[in-house]
Design a protein around this ligand. Structure first.
Ligand code: WT7
Length: 645
């Protein structure tokens, strides 16, 4: 099978883009026709951005797993769907053909079903990167339950928040997870999360590390026991549950500029079409190729480009349990050689980290199978881009710089591998169906024209999208108003991305980073307000302000200014303790890199913290603080400057 909607030349790109703007419904309908539907739609699109209401393929019925698994069985049942590489490089890898994946997913559907999971129920999944994570996710989708995967780096408190918000009555976890030299005690963290939670009916626990776990009778069951029961009963095929195109497929929590993380909701039909379309086109995927995305399935990148995008395209996708730097910085290059990977999709932070180990780990590796490279998660600096190009791609592989977000389901702005030109640091062109606009502070669209004879002229502003695409989020779980205020109210009739961008008159787009109070630390999205809340929970902390600062490897680091009046005296001990609190409340990923103790924070007369000033200081731009005359107490700025870490 090749893909009738695959774009193979720049002329085709222009033609498709043109069509997607002049006739969006016709454009997406034609693509959607290539999928397996139980029933086709009554209308392609119903929308307004004021409520917002976004519906794609209204009235259509399907199950995404019939598209990701069943429809491939006749033609590629014996082809590898998933290849799993364990954390320990000495341990055996495993291959799951489409046939095997079908059997395993059906079997686990029976486990879910016999444990009471029904269509529409929320299932929280907290697992390491093992095949059973993929099986659990797909089994939920097949049975119509709404999965909510929580990344293994989040704390018990974070799990509890998500569990309560989603009212998830079912949990799938493991005894523990291997990640580099660390073992994460998953079940024990889940047990902490469940203290005081009385609505969870079942916790299904699989074994991986065999660390000791507590198992509560009546609530906790072993994955393996449940599988055995299903086998004894001789249960095999599990008919996929018919879903409406607009039924929720999953909830994925993500951080914003305020308060608690929001549950981004994606639905079955549009999400499937969009992740498949972008997978096939951005990477120019050719049947039979091996695709390796290094993200964790706990993030949207893993959902869309380890599981749903590749599997719906009948591709072979690699799941890696470990981390790029363990047991040494050559781990990814070994995996590429071992499985003859054709497409590598990773984050700039991983590239920068591996760069820092020098070329010894790269030199001897045969990576001639590579055809396409990709990056995602944050802007890529030119140095990292060139290192990736020269040392990994050997100058032969197009690099796609893919810009998108949890809310967008899939890639929105990127070059197409081998089809449209790349430019270091630039995400370049919008995919067909995506209509970006720039607005100024006041919300006025910035006039801008793409020229046939470009002059290099640029404009910058806040990046918005003015028309829906099938992957756009539908709501935030349990709070539709929050979806509206966060994304659709800042600028009327536009989806606001939260990012700043530069447009050049050749049509290229460069993403400059978040313009709201969201940090991007090693490609992980963290709200400054969230970190501040966690810090403020620490005994003795009066107030805090968190900003980002440029970090060589992480992209952004977390800089916290803290007023502490507790009785502890040793600064390093206080820092360590505050970090412990942040780890408990959010997770280790949110620990500040730098903590500066201050006696006051720069505030306006109305009491608002002037983060701009704190950001400049953290960035070491002390002489360029701008207007400080409106401050309540300008004196604190000098003190903070003197104490800069
Ligand atoms: C934010 C979204 C998209 C999956 C991983 C992150 C930043 C993402 C790029 C890129 C510059 C990028 C943006 C965006 N971002 N990709 N290629 N160039 N910035 O998903 O956690 O939802 O974060 O990541 O700031 O808004 P996420």
């Amino acid at each position: 099978m090749s893909y009738p909607y695959q774009i193979n030349t720049i002329q085709e790109y222009r033609k498709e883009y043109e069509k997607s703007v002049s006739d969006p419904e016709g454009f997406w309908e034609e693509i959607a026709n290539h999928f397996t539907w139980r029933k086709k739609w009554n209308s392609v699109l119903n929308w307004n951005f004021t409520e917002p209401k976004i519906e794609w393929f209204t009235g259509a019925k399907l199950n995404i797993t019939e598209n990701c698994i069943d429809r491939h069985l006749a033609t590629k049942g014996d082809q590898p769907a998933l290849i799993w590489e364990p954390n320990d490089p000495e341990a055996h890898h495993r291959v799951f053909t489409y046939n095997t994946l079908y059997d395993k997913v059906c079997q686990f559907c029976h486990v879910l079903s016999t444990n009471g999971v029904k269509k529409g129920d929320r299932v929280l999944i907290y697992l390491g990167m093992i095949p059973r994570l993929a099986i659990a996710v797909l089994a939920c989708a097949r049975i119509g339950a709404i999965h909510s995967v929580v990344f293994g780096g989040f704390s018990a408190q974070s799990i509890a928040d998500r569990l309560r918000d989603a009212k998830a009555e079912f949990i799938i976890t493991g005894d523990g997870a291997f990640r580099g030299q660390k073992d994460i005690p998953l079940k024990s963290i889940i047990d902490d999360a469940l203290i005081g939670v009385d609505f969870v009916k079942r916790v299904i626990v699989c074994t991986r590390t065999r660390i000791g776990v507590s198992m509560m009778k009546g609530r906790d069951v072993w994955w393996e026991d449940e599988i055995e029961k299903v086998e004894t009963l001789g249960l095999k095929d599990f008919p996929a549950v018919e879903m409406d195109a607009e039924d929720p497929l999953f909830i994925l929590y993500t951080s914003g500029s305020t308060g608690k993380p929001k549950g981004v909701v994606h639905t079955c039909g549009g999400y499937m079409v969009y992740t498949n379309y972008t997978f096939v086109n951005v990477f120019n995927y050719q049947p039979g190729e091996v695709f390796f995305c290094t993200a964790d399935i706990g993030w949207i990148t893993g959902h869309s480009y380890i599981l749903y995008g590749p599997l719906s395209a009948g591709a072979t996708s690699v799941i890696f349990e470990g981390i790029p730097t363990w047991p040494n910085a050559g781990r990814l290059w070994d995996i590429i050689d071992k499985f003859k990977i054709n497409i590598l999709y990773t984050a700039p932070t991983a590239i920068r980290s591996l760069m820092s180990y020098g070329l010894d780990t790269v030199k001897e590796k045969d990576m001639s199978s590579l055809r396409v490279l990709g990056t995602v998660g944050e802007p890529i600096n030119e140095e990292a881009w060139h290192w990736y190009d020269e040392n990994i791609g050997k100058g032969n592989c197009p690099i796609v710089d893919t810009w998108w977000q949890t809310e967008t389901a899939g890639i929105l702005i990127t070059n197409l591998a081998g089809v449209t030109p790349s430019r270091p640091g630039w995400a370049t062109l919008p995919l067909p169906g995506i209509q970006p606009v720039l607005v100024d502070e006041k919300g006025d669209a910035i006039p801008f024209e793409i020229k046939d004879n470009p002059t290099g002229q640029q404009v910058s502003g806040n990046l918005c999208i003015k028309f829906p695409w099938p992957g756009l989020l539908r709501t935030t779980w349990g709070d539709h108003q929050r979806c509206r205020t966060t994304y659709f109210a800042t600028y009327p009739n536009l989806y606001f991305t939260g990012d700043g961008a530069i447009f050049e008159d050749n049509g290229f787009i460069r993403i400059t980073g978040r313009v709201d109070d969201v940090l991007n630390v090693s490609g992980h999205r963290i709200g400054t307000a969230e970190v501040e809340n966690a810090i403020n929970m620490h005994a003795g902390v009066v107030e805090s302000a968190v900003v980002g600062f440029p970090h060589d490897i992480k992209g952004q680091g977390i800089y916290a200014y803290i007023i502490y009046t507790g009785h502890q005296k040793n600064d390093d001990e206080i820092r360590r303790d505050i970090n412990m609190t942040v780890s408990r409340v959010i997770g280790a990923i949110a620990k500040p890199d730098k903590i500066q103790f201050v006696t006051g924070l720069p505030k306006t007369r109305s009491g608002k913290i002037m983060r701009r000033i704190l950001r400049k200081i953290a960035e070491n731009e002390m002489d360029n603080l701008g207007d400080t005359t409106t401050l309540l107490d300008p004196g604190v700025v000098d003190e903070i400057k003197r104490g800069k870490l």
